[in-house]
Design a protein around this ligand. Sequence first.
Ligand code: DAH
Length: 360
Amino acid sequence: MLQTLDVLEQDATRELAAAADAASLEAWRNAFIGPKGKIKLAMGAMKDVPKEQRPAYGQRVNAIAGSLEEQYKAKLESLGGAARPVAKGPRVDVTEPGVIQSDGIGRQHVITRVRDELVDVFGRMGFSVATGPELEDDEHNFIKLNIPPDHPARDPIDNFYIDDPAKHPRPRMLRSQTSTVQARVMEKHVADAAKAFAAGTGPQPRGGLTGPIKIIAPGRVYRPDTVDATHSFMFHQIEGLYIDSHVSMVELKNTLLQFARAYFGSEAEIRLRPTFFPFTEPSAELDLRIRLRADQPLRWMEVGGCGLVHPHVLQACGVDPEVWCGFAFGFGIERLAMGKYAIPDIRMLFENDLRFLRQL
Ligand code: DAH
């Protein structure tokens, strides 16, 4: 009987040495030292052992069991951990709704939101969105807008030129106003109308165009201004252009009033102050009378310029001023945002302080 124990020990030791991973070690444990393993069977076989051999048999089987248990633990450790993964700690209810991390979720910047709101308001008034490049040339930023070469607005001190205007015939620059898009849109309409007519797919243009133009153009503009509570070297404008056969100041004023009431509420008022812009004649500065905060009275706030498009601008873009006329306007988006959301300092819009941005 003791010999069968020797064989059992040899088998167990050999097979344990062969167990190379957690699964085979677990199989080994079940086969030899588990509750239904061969050691348990050998212990159960004690009753069949002749009485005089029982003490020796018992000692031997206990010794083997203890030794195999030790070897098993050592092997388990060398394989790097529990062969039988046991869940510890509280159970996780995977069906429980999660905690919403609302403060970690991003949001639109207030300038983006105001831009979209403006696009929406003007969209309902029939304006579609046009865009133009931020890296412009002086032809679109100045010449086509009736700003001649010796005009003070072209001073390098007041503009971000990419090419030296003294050396370059057509210097590139970061656009200083979205009025550039007026010129680009008219040029494109004129070119497209001519092309379509030549291809036989469009009617004959009259005075360069085949119909009205009604666009807004929101975007960034750049000026080397010193940063303070109301100035920044980069800011946003929204430009408007409406070209048709009969457009008057009355229509312009009406459009601006409608816009002011749609965006700032029915009690908003507007005021046009005569001024000068090279690209419009007559020209006006637009003030809005709005309530900055619920607990404050209505106050005037300047938001930009407007006027009837100067005939020179139409001409420079290929549109005949005898046939077409129009109005244009350009507002500062930061100004409108500061009015709408009672923001006292333009710098707050660019500092990316989350404590500020989260309030909007
Ligand atoms: N471009 C002007 C500026 O940046 C604003 C402006 C004035 C735009 C009159 C217009 C306009 O379209 O008609 O100061």
